[in-house]
Design a binder for this molecule. Structure first.
Ligand SMILES: NC(=O)c1ccc[n+]([C@@H]2O[C@H](COP(=O)([O-])OP(=O)(O)OC[C@H]3O[C@@H](n4cnc5c(N)ncnc54)[C@H](O)[C@@H]3O)[C@@H](O)[C@H]2O)c1
Ligand SMILES: [Zn+2]
Length: 376
């Protein structure tokens, strides 16, 4: 193992002036949560928002840590799954947080994956016109992506994440040991977002992943290192472009294709978000090669790594029947990253060199996708 790997917690600062905060990453950090919150907001009460799965596995440890620092904490438990990002659940969580007398100066704690982070973060954004909150992400996806950056949302009948707010947390505590209880398929799906950071802006990290991914899956210090690299990359991008007017769009690598595939499969167990992103990144690299932006051997290398870890490296690997070309292009046209009718694509000039392209011709994409779907 390389010398720079560390076992003490890593701290990444998200620099946003008065809204700056730390992301702390390390194994066993939940035990230190009480002391960290007492230091962050002395005397604050807390409401822990979590889902049933995470409550069963990790809530006791969190409550014990808070009790150890004499922090009074209530719990709000919702059913697991994307369904929690809905108006009815949002309303219930708001009312329970208010009933628990969480006031300005107190804390909402989002304990769980991206669903809980998005839901509890949005609750914190609006209850009493804004409460402070802390993210304690328990999925790999949440630790490397959704817990950092302050995007919060629930879903509309018209689409995912259409009702939300930018609301930065006051602290993110990523305990990498919490990932030990995560189902293997969820871990692998989250790993797609780890690969994304290499593919979009860090070729050396991508090479390191090719050599070390097994260690990350096993849970050694390589896991903490990988998560810290991703958080550092996300923090830098968010600091440059908090509200996604420019650079932050790079984080959508694989997501325009990916969201269409997710929507086409009904946001179901059939295709997890990270799996859709993997297939989407494979498409983005292949499409970039097709446009002569990078050598096809380079695109093949990106795709090979996704396939090696067991992620779908293209739509042809998604189980079951796929939608028609018309339906897929329709779904892409509804993507919320659309500005005045033109979908934005993140393309690549190489591994580690992604860029935002808003001038991609819809007909080219359609022809390319048509070929990919026909090859199944
Ligand atoms: N805000 C952002 O910037 C952002 C970025 C990416 C994704 N997201 C959102 O994140 C959501 C997906 O997040 P996710 O993949 O973490 O899904 P999730 O929150 O649904 O978690 C996946 C599953 O794992 C379970 N789980 C969580 N932690 C566990 C643990 N430690 N052990 C065992 N089981 C555990 C959950 O109960 C759930 O069943 C989507 O709604 C997506 O829109 C938001
Ligand atoms: Zn994603």
């Amino acid at each position: 193992m390389t010398a720079f790997l560390r076992t003490d917690p890593a701290t990444v600062r998200v620099a946003l002036d008065a809204r700056s905060y730390d992301v702390v990453i390390g194994r066993g950090l939940i035990a230190s949560l009480g002391a960290r919150l007492a230091a962050l907001r002395p005397g604050a009460k807390a409401a822990i928002v979590t889902d049933e799965n995470v409550a069963r596995l990790h809530l006791e440890a969190v409550e014990a840590a808070l009790a150890g620092s004499a922090i009074a904490a209530g719990r709000v438990i919702v059913s697991p799954g994307e369904g929690a990002k809905s108006f009815p659940v949002f309303e219930r969580v708001c009312e329970q947080v208010i009933a628990a007398r969480i006031e300005r100066g107190d804390l909402v704690i989002a304990l769980g994956g991206g669903v809980i982070g998005d839901l509890a973060g949005f609750v914190a954004a609006v209850v009493r016109r804004g409460l402070d909150y802390v993210q304690v992400p328990t999925t790999l996806l949440a630790q490397v992506d959704s817990s950092v950056g302050g995007k919060t949302a629930i879903n509309s009948a018209h689409g995912k994440n259409l009702i939300g707010a930018f609301h930065q947390p006051g602290l993110v505590v990523a305990d990498t040991a919490a990932l030990d209880t995560l189902p293997a398929r969820e871990f692998r799906a989250g790993y797609a977002e780890v690969v994304k950071y290499g593919l979009l802006g860090d070729a050396a990290f991508f090479s390191w992943l090719e050599a070390n991914w097994r260690e990350i899956f096993k849970g050694g210090p390589a896991r903490e290192h990988a998560i810290a690299v991703c958080c550092r990359a996300k923090a830098a991008i968010v600091a440059r472009d908090e509200r996604e007017n420019g650079d932050r769009q790079l984080l959508n690598l694989g997501h325009t294709f990916g969201h269409a595939l997710e929507a086409a499969t009904g946001f179901s167990e059939r295709l997890l978000h990270g799996e859709a992103v993997a297939a989407g990144m494979a498409l983005a690299f292949e499409f970039s090669a097709r446009r002569g932006l990078l050598p096809s051997a380079e695109a093949a290398r990106a795709i090979r790594h996704l396939a090696e870890v067991g992620l779908p490296a293209g739509p042809q690997e998604i189980a079951g029947e796929l939608p028609s070309l018309d339906r897929l292009t329709d779904l892409m046209a509804q993507d919320k990253k659309i500005k005045r009718g033109t979908p934005t694509f993140i393309l690549a000039r190489g591994i580690g060199s992604a860029f935002v392209d808003s001038s991609v011709d819809a007909g080219d994409v359609r022809a390319f996708l048509g070929e990919k779907l026909a090859k199944q």
